[in-house]
Design a protein around this ligand. Structure first.
Ligand SMILES: Cc1cc2nc3c(=O)[nH]c(=O)nc-3n(C[C@H](O)[C@H](O)[C@H](O)COP(=O)(O)OP(=O)(O)OC[C@H]3O[C@@H](n4cnc5c(N)ncnc54)[C@H](O)[C@@H]3O)c2cc1C
Length: 401
């Protein structure tokens, strides 16, 4: 195994500063496959945490997911959301087919009110593009789609709809999510860190590292981002290079904050649909896992909107306002750690070029026996567990060959 960084784990790594622990934004492990769970448990001690998350809008909390909890929405917009959901239901019953574009998909299932009040502003901040510039192909697992009855119930009922793929999650009992990756890395027979793969010849079966070392391979399993993998292929045809050039993703800017107070009202993360706030989500590692901050303090991650330019100071001011509105007043004097970070490849953008371009690249790699795996290797919206499953599948293919 060759890894470019000095530590293994990719995005599933953790750093500590002044007693505050920070993952690369929230990295909570959802294990739905019993075999994955069984393979992990001997390697690293994991605790189970019930998700506590909410949306902050209209100067109040609205339980997540928005579409199932309209009871928390003020009267006027609540009526609009409900009317929109009824109209959308009527259109669906009338046989209108499910559209492909994400924005139209939202209107089709939730109606105009929910689209306007939450889905459109939140997703525009996250994706940095207009809702109809992406397809809904990414959202099957990640956006709960309640039927009309559940939406109506959510208008009146106090029952908190813990819908969604991440209602509970696993997390290491010490060391942050990096302890999980570290445990996996420890089980790998041979790994070379700080080794950057730069050139690959698919036809001749060799790769070259930045240090000029050339290694032959019988099988290649790559978790490099797909466009980078294609760029490194010295023998890829132009058609494949062109297709890879069309693959787009968001680059996420985020802050790590170490704050001398308990904030976010015990919540693990809060969604911020308000277009006036530059962050779209604030999370607290330490509310979910107390060892991630000193006693009485909070370690936070702040994910910053992708649809605008702003300076960091303005973004921080907005965050402090939100924190102060939600919990005790927080000012700059309370901040012990402020780190500005970014993730070059964050969310794969499922735009109109996506499906065809990805197919060209994946078919070429398959033909050459190269297995491109993981969220960025497969170029899709996927989780850590999906990456583990990809690794398991790749190992099975190699074993059988
Ligand atoms: C903002 C955000 C929040 C997320 N939250 C969650 C969550 O809560 N739960 C969850 O399950 N998932 C979450 N994910 C998804 C999760 O990060 C990915 O599914 C997971 O990291 C994929 O693992 P991977 O090994 O495929 O890719 P990566 O983690 O990107 O690892 C790829 C590795 O390849 C190495 N590499 C790249 N190029 C080269 C090269 N040329 N030579 C050698 N090595 C190279 C990199 O250094 C890296 O270590 C989140 C992702 C983001 C962006």
């Amino acid at each position: 195994m060759l890894e470019r960084s000095a530590i293994a784990g990719g995005l599933a790594t953790t750093t500590f500063e002044q007693g505050y622990g920070f993952d690369v934004t929230g990295h909570w492990l959802h294990m739905r496959d019993p075999d994955i769970r069984a393979r992990i448990s001997p390697l690293v001690a994991m605790g189970q945490v019930e998700r506590k998350s909410s949306i902050y809008a209209y100067d109040r909390f609205v339980a997540y997911p928005f579409q199932s909890n309209l009871k928390d929405v003020p009267y006027g917009p609540r009526v609009e959301c409900l009317m929109g959901a009824v109209e959308a239901h009527t259109r669906r019953v009338g046989g209108v087919p499910e559209p492909g574009a994400f924005g139209d998909f939202v209107l089709h299932h939730f109606g105009e009110g929910i689209a306007r009040e939450f889905m459109f502003p939140y997703n525009t901040k996250l994706w940095g593009v207009a809702p109809n510039d992406i397809s809904h192909a990414w959202c099957q697992r990640f956006v709960p789609v309640p039927d009309l009855r559940q939406i109506v119930e959510g208008c009146f009922s106090d029952v908190h709809h813990q819908a969604g793929y991440n209602a509970s999650f696993s997390y290491p009992v010490a060391g942050g999510i990096g302890a999980f990756s570290g445990a996996l890395a420890g089980a790998v027979g041979h790994m070379e860190l700080s080794t950057d793969v730069q050139r690959i010849h698919a036809g001749e079966g060799w790769l070259e590292t930045a240090a000029g070392q050339r290694l032959g391979f019988a099988h290649l399993v790559s978790s490099m981002p797909l466009p980078a993998l294609v760029r490194s292929l010295v023998d890829a045809p132009e058609e494949v290079q062109l297709a890879a050039g069309k693959l787009a993703c968001t680059s996420l800017r985020y802050f790590n904050l170490g704050v001398k107070k308990k904030v976010l009202d015990g919540l693990h993360w809060v969604y911020l649909p308000d277009p006036g706030v530059h962050a779209y989500r604030i999370g607290s590692f330490s509310n979910a896992v107390p060892y991630m901050a000193p006693e009485g303090c909070s370690s936070l991650y702040v994910e910053l909107a992708n649809d605008r330019e702003y300076d960091d100071d303005d973004a921080l001011s907005g965050v402090l306002q939100v924190l102060s509105a939600i919990g005790p007043a927080v000012d700059r004097g309370d901040i012990e750690v402020w780190q500005k970070r970014s993730i070059e490849h964050a969310y794969v953008i499922y735009d109109h070029a996506y499906a065809a371009a990805r197919r060209v690249v994946m078919e070429y790699l398959e033909g050459k026996g190269i297995m491109s795996v993981g969220r960025y290797g497969k170029w899709e919206y996927a989780s850590m567990e999906d990456a583990l499953m990809d690794g398991r599948a790749a190992a099975a293919i190699i074993e059988q060959s």
